[in-house]
Design a binder for this molecule. Structure first.
Ligand SMILES: NC(=O)c1ccc[n+]([C@@H]2O[C@H](COP(=O)([O-])OP(=O)(O)OC[C@H]3O[C@@H](n4cnc5c(N)ncnc54)[C@H](OP(=O)(O)O)[C@@H]3O)[C@@H](O)[C@H]2O)c1
Length: 250
């Protein structure tokens, strides 16, 4: 897959930044998108010369997302791999339920990814090739405490990827859903609760690159947390709620 073109949203920090550098060091040319020009430029400067291009855009803005893809494809060439990774997380308690906060999370995590798909799909359909990866989370396996908007947005992404895979397979487009556990990034740095099996961001990026290059549908890590939460997903509600309450104290 060397020399191919990847586009990563949320590529200016955390997982997106680490994946951009990981891909750039493995022969890819990468365009990184986010709202902050400076952090995108910093990623480009940290990568081997000429391998990473900063293309700022806000993924909640469909027209801006389409324009970013148009720019990338005219300057670098057709996008082979789109990693729709831009995301936000804020701990959330229903005591302070606020529709704006819920909608703001959905607007980036879910609708932002939908905008990314909309932007790359026409080209990929025409070429009958390409790979779209949605960065969801193990928090999308079940509704987790403290994360109603986040879990809802990530569950929606998993379902979106599962449904689209049926059609994308016929269109010659590969689909992946990436479900990381806890990874050390600016997003988790502010968390005050314990984060089991917290991973280094470079290890997460390596696992993502390997899974993507193998064309896996689900790329999930670290294994102990993934298996634990997948087991929780199988449980009936009568067991899930008391067990999760006990595990988290919520
Ligand atoms: N860290 C974890 O433990 C973990 C676990 C599971 C899943 N994830 C998922 O992994 C993804 C990356 O998270 P991270 O931990 O690397 O967090 P992060 O360091 O905060 O990165 C998130 C990135 O998204 C960008 N972004 C936010 N809103 C945007 C918007 N409206 N338009 C364009 N870009 C936007 C941010 O850049 P700007 O602010 O400059 O726009 C930032 O670069 C997220 O989808 C997150 O939910 C993370």
């Amino acid at each position: 897959m060397s020399g191919r073109i990847a586009w990563i949203t949320g590529g200016g920090s955390g997982i997106g930044r680490a994946l951009a550098l990981e891909l750039a060091n493995h022969g890819w040319r990468v365009a990184v998108t986010g709202r902050t020009r400076e952090t995108l430029d910093e990623v480009a400067a940290a990568a081997p010369e000429g391998t990473v291009r900063a293309v700022p855009a806000d993924v909640t803005d469909l027209a801006a997302t389409r324009e970013a893809v148009r720019k990338i494809e005219s300057e670098l060439g057709p996008i082979d791999l789109a990693v729709l990774n831009a995301g936000v997380f804020k701990p959330f308690e229903a005591e302070n339920f606020d529709a704006e906060a819920v909608n703001a999370t959905m607007a980036v995590n879910y609708t932002g990814a939908v905008h990314g798909i909309d932007a790359v799909l026409p080209g990929m359909r025409e070429r009958r090739s390409g790979h779209i990866a949605l960065v969801s989370s193990v928090a999308g396996y079940r509704g987790l405490p403290l994360g109603a908007p986040y879990s809802a947005s990530k569950a929606a992404l998993i379902a979106l990827g599962e449904s689209l895979k049926f059609d994308f397979d016929r269109l010659g487009i590969r689909t992946s859903v990436i479900n990381p556990g806890f990874v050390k990034t600016p997003l988790t740095a502010k968390n005050k609760f314990p984060m089991p099996f917290l991973m280094e961001v470079d290890d997460a990026a390596r696992a993502m690159r390997k899974g993507l290059e193998k064309g896996r549908f689900e790329i999930a890590f670290p294994r102990p947390l993934v298996y634990g939460l997948k087991f929780m997903r199988l449980l009936p509600y009568a067991l899930y709620f008391p067990l999760m309450r006990k595990a988290t104290g919520r």
